[in-house]
Design a protein around this ligand. Structure first.
Ligand SMILES: *[C@@H]1O[C@H](CO)[C@@H](O)[C@H](O)[C@H]1NC(C)=O
Ligand SMILES: *[C@@H]1O[C@H](CO)[C@@H](O)[C@H](O)[C@H]1NC(C)=O
Ligand SMILES: *[C@@H]1O[C@H](CO)[C@@H](O)[C@H](O)[C@H]1NC(C)=O
Ligand SMILES: *[C@@H]1O[C@H](CO)[C@@H](O)[C@H](O)[C@H]1NC(C)=O
Ligand SMILES: *[C@@H]1O[C@H](CO)[C@@H](O)[C@H](O)[C@H]1NC(C)=O
Ligand SMILES: *[C@@H]1O[C@H](CO)[C@@H](O)[C@H](O)[C@H]1NC(C)=O
Length: 393
């Protein structure tokens, strides 16, 4: 006989199970959505350049949602000017209520007072240990061998430890600039459980290109995987293939799709894609393609693979940083079926994030403005279905 006093407990447990049937588990392959109908729920400015403290410009934002469903926004807070080489703080803000309110800005790292300095950064998480990470480059322009640093938090991003150097044991001929964007942990074979971060190179005096940084021991040690150097453009001998800021995602077959800024406008003023079938060790040339629907003024952009749909964010222009637009594809980036305007004035860098506790919304963080593309940093909450079209299970 069931003790009726226990019934409310059973009901509560059952409800939790029901809710979590739609959670995104890092180790499971989620059922793909048939069709999405994205709309904007909210668009909130979280950083104003020039009006908060002494920070001149907030730029290069990233966003990540923790295993607990907390939103973490990250930005490079440029202290005295908008210049790339200016001194910076690594700034974060957290939202514990899905973007309704944001806690005050905290400065995780201060690069001191030398020029040529730190750049944020890539966010990722170890869902097994509920640990958050930020990987970033320090002393990129001044030091002979810039340091690749990793900082972590085990309390949902409230406090962070000391940075630790994870520079791969290379001879210092390359530099790795991770982000803006997020790192992934492979959910599928090959190399299930591997962390993958895409980094681009910067100094002119070194071979430039993009590198996949790999860790097979829970983010403790890192090594270089695929490297794609700057080179001639096969499709268009007049142009160069110069990959830039990049984002990797894992597709449903366990391969990695890597999107990069096409700095040399090889083949088109649009994004270039590469694919790895061996967990990021190689990015073979025959798997390159250009997504002509994803035009760019050349700019970093957001990419996310969420329940079978590939989402992209970026300025919808070949000439300037404006008109932030969300686009989506149901066939891994071959065709782009939908688009949603987000902001029809100035806009630049952007990053997309999914929420492991709510798979019906996405978050977009982007450089937004009126006078320039870096007046503000804003977070847009995107609902993936209107009530009628919802087809989820
Ligand atoms: C939208 O953002 C505003 C702040 O800009 C906030 O007051 C409001 O609660 C948000 N609404 C939702 C549904 O998140
Ligand atoms: C995550 O949320 C749970 C339940 O609210 C809480 O007990 C736990 O401390 C949180 N974890 C972190 C890392 O904050
Ligand atoms: C997390 O940071 C602490 C230092 O604050 C360090 O001791 C630890 O090794 C780090 N863990 C990982 C996996 O990087
Ligand atoms: C460093 O490594 C790169 C790539 O492996 C190689 O091309 C270069 O010659 C090496 N430089 C030195 C100084 O050993
Ligand atoms: C994006 O740009 C293309 C090319 O200019 C244009 O055809 C399309 O309508 C634009 N999309 C939006 C949402 O404005
Ligand atoms: C942004 O897109 C809208 C709609 O497609 C277009 O009318 C407008 O001219 C674009 N903005 C700029 C600055 O080009």
């Amino acid at each position: 006989m069931i003790d009726t006093k226990l019934l409310p407990t059973f009901v509560a447990v059952y409800n939790v199970l029901l809710l979590c049937a739609s959670c995104i588990r890092p180790d499971a392959q989620p059922v793909p959505w048939d069709k999405v109908t994205p709309t904007v729920v909210n668009d909130t400015i979280i950083w104003h350049s020039g009006s908060e403290g002494e920070i001149h410009t907030y730029r290069t934002p990233s966003i990540f949602v923790t295993p607990n469903g907390t939103l973490i926004a990250l930005s490079g807070a440029r202290k005295y000017s908008s210049s790339d080489v200016d001194r910076k703080f690594l700034a974060i803000r957290r939202s514990e209520d899905k973007g309704k309110t944001w806690l005050p800005t905290e400065f995780l790292v201060d690069d001191g007072y030398e020029q040529g300095v730190l750049f944020p950064g890539t966010l990722f998480a170890d869902f097994d240990s509920n640990t958050l990470f930020v990987m970033f480059i320090h002393c990129q322009l001044k030091c002979k061998v810039p340091a690749l640093l990793l900082i972590n938090s085990t309390d949902d991003g409230v406090t962070w430890g000391q940075p630790r150097s994870i520079s791969p044991r290379s001879n210092g001929s390359r530099s790795f600039h991770p982000g803006p964007g997020y790192g992934i942990r492979k959910r599928l074979e090959p190399h299930k459980g591997r962390f993958v971060v895409c980094a681009h190179g910067r100094p002119q005096d070194r071979p430039r290109g993009i590198t996949l940084l790999l860790s097979d021991d829970g983010a403790k040690t890192w090594r270089e995987g695929a490297f794609v150097p700057d080179g001639p453009c096969r499709e268009d001998p007049e142009e160069k293939f110069w990959p830039g800021e990049c984002q990797a995602v894992e597709l449903a077959d366990g391969s990695l799709l890597v999107m990069t800024r096409n700095r040399g406008r090889c083949s088109c003023s649009c994004k270039a894609f590469m694919r790895s079938h061996d967990g990021g060790q190689t990015l073979p040339l025959h798997d390159f393609f250009f997504a002509r629907a994803l035009i760019e003024p050349t700019c970093q952009s957001g990419l996310l693979y969420h329940r079978g749909v590939l989402f992209f964010s970026g300025p919808n222009s070949t000439t300037g940083r404006y008109n932030m637009t969300l686009k989506w594809s149901y066939d891994d980036g071959t065709t782009w079926e939908g688009e949603l305007p987000i902001w029809n004035e100035m806009a630049g860098y952007s990053v997309l994030a999914e929420d492991p506790t709510d798979d019906r919304h996405l978050y977009l963080i982007y450089e937004k403005g009126v006078k320039s593309s870096v007046d503000f940093v804003a977070v847009t909450k995107i609902q993936l279905f209107n009530n009628i079209a919802f087809n989820g299970k």
